[in-house]
Ligand binder design. Structure first.
Ligand code: ZN
Ligand code: FE
Ligand code: FE
Ligand code: ZN
Length: 296
C-alpha cells in the first residue's frame, strides 16, 4: 500500500521463505521500538543499556532512544537541559555498543516538543547530533498547560471543554507537522489520556492530523503506553489508524518506555491493531531516511 521509499532488507524473511515457523525473534521482525526514554528527563528510570538488554530478550533487532528534547532555555522539569545533549548522545552511543554485542541496532532519536515559536530552535536541534529520526510531539496546549500531565489535568479541564481541547491539540499537531522537521509524530490522540473525548464523530479531528502528516510526508506511531493510562487503549485509536492506513501514512510501533521492562511492551497486540487497521508495512529510520518493511 505504501509505495514511497520501499526497500526490504535482503534475507530478512528467510525463515518464512524456507517454510519454517517464525521464531520468537522473527515474529517481531518488522518491529523496532523507537520511542524510549533515558534518566535525563527525570521521570524515566534505568540505564539505557538495560533497555537494550530488554529489547534483545523480547526479540527486537532494532530500537531507538527518543528522550524529551531540551529547550533553548530552562523550561520545565521533565526534559534534559540543553548542555546535557552531548551526554545524551554519549549514553545512546554506549547503548549502541551493547546492542552490537546483542544483535540489536540502536538508533539515535529525540522526542521533540512542538510549541509555536520553537521552529528556529527545532531547526537548530536537528543539526546538533547525527539523528536517525526526530519525533514530533504536542504535549503543551499553551506555554504552561500540558495536555497529558496529571497535575495539569484540572487546569486543562477548567480552561477547555473536550471539544476545545481537541481543537487546540489538533491545530498544534498540524502546525508541528508543517515545520517539516519531524520524521514521525508521537501518540496522535494523546488528549484522550484521561478520558476527555468530544461527543460524536471524531473523524474531522483525525482528518486534520492525517492530512497534515500526509502533506509533510511524515509518519506516526502506535504508542502502546496508552494501554496503561486511564483511557486504557493505545494511541491512536483504530478509527484513526484505519484512516491513516488509507492515506498511506508510514507507521512504527513504540512502547514509549520510561523503564527497561517497558521496552517492546504489548507489541503483539499493537501489531494486530496495525493489521486490523489495514497496515501492511512498518517504517524503519536511519540518518533521517525512511524505508518500509513488510508487516507479517
Ligand atoms: Zn516522558
Ligand atoms: Fe510524549
Ligand atoms: Fe515519550
Ligand atoms: Zn511520548
Amino acid at each position: 500500500m505504501i509505495k514511497r521509499a520501499t526497500r526490504f532488507f535482503p534475507g530478512l524473511c528467510q525463515n518464512h521463505a524456507e517454510g519454517r515457523g517464525p521464531s520468537k525473534t522473527m515474529s517481531l521482525n518488522a518491529l523496532a521500538d523507537y520511542h524510549m526514554h533515558t534518566p535525563l528527563c527525570h521521570h524515566a528510570t534505568g540505564n539505557p543499556v538495560a533497555y537494550v538488554d530488554q529489547a534483545a530478550q523480547r526479540g527486537l533487532t532494532e530500537i531507538g532512544f527518543a528522550c524529551h528534547s531540551p529547550m533553548p532555555d530552562p523550561f520545565d522539569d521533565w526534559r534534559m537541559e540543553r548542555d546535557e545533549l552531548p551526554r545524551y548522545v554519549d549514553m545512546v552511543a554506549t547503548a549502541r555498543e551493547r546492542g552490537r554485542q546483542e544483535g540489536v541496532v540502536v538508533r539515535l532519536g529525540l522526542e521533540v516538543d512542538y510549541l509555536p515559536g520553537l521552529e528556529d530552535w527545532i531547526a537548530e536541534l536537528s543539526t546538533l547530533a547525527p539523528w536517525d529520526y526526530l519525533i514530533g510531539s504536542v504535549h503543551y496546549l499553551t506555554d504552561s498547560l500540558v495536555v497529558d500531565h496529571p497535575e495539569h489535568l484540572s487546569q486543562v479541564q477548567a480552561r477547555y471543554s473536550p471539544e476545545e481541547m481537541w481543537a487546540r491539540y489538533w491545530e498544534l499537531f498540524a502546525a508541528a507537522c508543517a515545520t517539516g522537521q519531524f520524521d514521525f509524530m508521537a501518540h496522535p490522540d494523546l488528549p484522550k489520556k484521561f478520558g476527555d473525548v468530544p461527543e460524536g464523530d471524531l473523524t474531522p479531528y483525525y482528518r486534520q492530523g492525517i492530512d497534515a502528516m500526509k502533506s509533510a510526508k511524515i509518519g506516526t506511531e502506535i504508542n502502546t503506553a496508552g494501554l496503561h493510562k486511564p483511557i486504557g487503549e493505545m494511541y491512536p485509536t483504530e478509527a484513526f489508524l484505519t484512516l491513516a492506513a488509507k492515506a498511506a501514512i508510514p507507521l512504527v510501533i513504540s512502547s514509549d518506555a520510561h523503564a527497561p521492562e517497558e521496552v517492546g511492551r504489548d507489541f503483539e497486540a499493537a501489531r494486530a491493531l496495525a493489521k486490523r487497521s489495514g497496515y501492511t508495512s512498518l517504517a524503519r529510520y536511519a540518518r533521517r531516511e525512511r524505508r518500509l518493511l513488510p508487516l507479517d
